[in-house]
Design a protein around this ligand. Structure first.
Ligand code: KG4
Ligand code: ZN
Length: 360
């Protein structure tokens, strides 16, 4: 096996990002450049991501970001073995911008196209930084997604749990907004919670004890709103206590849902090699503590990629492209941008998985 080089483009939400990553002959990864331009300032006045503003910003920024990524990597287009772009799921305007740009570069330089699922890129990222083997369990928690996924191989994913309403990051953002804290709310709520009393308000622990591994956040969010309205006008200590109570409820619920997810994993696929966390919410120290406890209880190592690779970036798209390229899984110019794209569309059944394992 020789080493391969891929340019990765990410535009599914509010980060415009491009990166050049190398997959070395031994299968390990090396990031040559990783440029991320967050649009947070453009969206902050609206308290959330505005799709139209995001799409326009991607159009304005992407060419420059790609040029910078190539320059920093110090490689010419002719050296690239593939061009990868996130083809979904995400805000469709941004996805179209990224995928079309990747197609243009691939056509001009006669290089294979890799139309990557954004969720698959999150799922494969740990293998970019560590020699982790399949199967492992992914907990993905960001502003747009909350999922527990069995990662069985490249292109082989089984969703074990998902949120039935809000994503965890979305719930943090909405709670921050209702308490008058700035966007994005996750880090603000974590900060306020540090000086709050988690027991002052009795918030529900959604889904606790259920036998499936799904999440639900909207009831908890409403409970916070009700308490905030009952308590207001809010003093700083009230806000801190509301944040602490909300975060404690999220922690308890997440720990419970993940324990169930890990049990389902074990029943269907045997012991996971690791519990892997990704997405912006994994930056939360209290949540990291809860994940550590869950992993220890389950006897599974916990692996959290560095923060810059947990949140949206181009390197994860390039890496997923490299993993697919190594298996000959390239795409044609017909690859369509997709607003929705389930990771486990072609999921193997547990029996099929046992079969493929037996053959290896
Ligand atoms: O993965 P990410 O950067 O972007 C996508 O949503 O795709 O995740 C951003 C989300 C936001 O909802 C943000 O509030 C949340 O992750 N987040 C946090 C923390 N840092 C970021 N949530 C809780 N605690 C944090 N420290
Ligand atoms: Zn993401």
């Amino acid at each position: 096996m020789v080493s391969t080089l891929v340019l990765g483009i990410e535009t599914t939400c509010d980060e415009t990002a491009a990166a050049v990553v190398e997959r070395q002959a031994d299968g390990t990864g090396r990031i040559l450049s990783n440029i991320v331009k967050s649009q947070i300032e453009d969206h902050a006045p609206y308290g959330g991501v505005v799709p139209e503003i995001a799409a326009r910003a991607h159009v304005d920024l992407l060419d420059g970001i790609v040029a910078t990524a190539m320059r920093e990597a110090g490689v010419s287009y002719s050296r690239l073995d593939g061009i990868a772009a996130a083809a979904g799921p995400g805000l469709i305007g941004g996805v179209i911008v990224g995928l079309t740009t990747a197609k243009a570069i691939a056509l001009v330089h006669n290089t294979p196209l890799l139309a990557v699922n954004h969720l698959e890129a999150h799922a494969l990222t740990p293998r970019l930084v560590t020699p982790l083997t399949f199967p492992y369990c992914l907990f993905l928690a960001s502003g747009g997604h909350t999922q527990i996924v069995a990662v069985l191989g490249v292109g082989q994913y089984v969703r074990l749990g998902t949120t039935v309403d809000d994503a965890i990051g979305e719930a943090f953002d909405k709670v921050a907004k209702m308490l008058g804290l700035p966007y994005p709310g996750g880090p603000q709520v974590e900060l306020a919670a540090a000086s709050g009393d988690p027991d002052r308000f009795a918030f529900p622990r959604p889904m606790l004890g259920r036998s499936d591994a799904n999440f639900s956040l909207s009831g908890l969010k409403t409970a916070v709103r009700n308490e905030a309205e009952r308590t207001g006008p809010l003093e700083p200590q009230d806000i801190a206590d509301l944040c602490a109570g909300f975060q404690a409820a999220v922690l308890d619920s997440t720990a419970d849902r993940l324990s169930v997810g890990l049990s389902l994993f074990r029943e269907q696929f045997g012991p996971p090699r690791a519990l892997v966390a990704a997405g912006g919410v994994a930056a939360n120290q209290a949540i990291r503590g809860a994940l550590q406890a869950v992993a220890e209880k389950a006897g599974t190592p916990l692996m959290i990629p560095p923060p810059a690779l947990c949140t949206d970036n181009g390197a994860m798209i390039a890496w997923a492209g490299l993993e697919r390229l190594a298996l000959g899984m390239t795409d044609t110019m017909d690859a369509a941008p997709r607003a929705r794209w389930r990771l486990d569309e072609n999921a193997p059944t547990p029996a099929q998985f046992a079969n493929t394992r037996a053959q290896h």
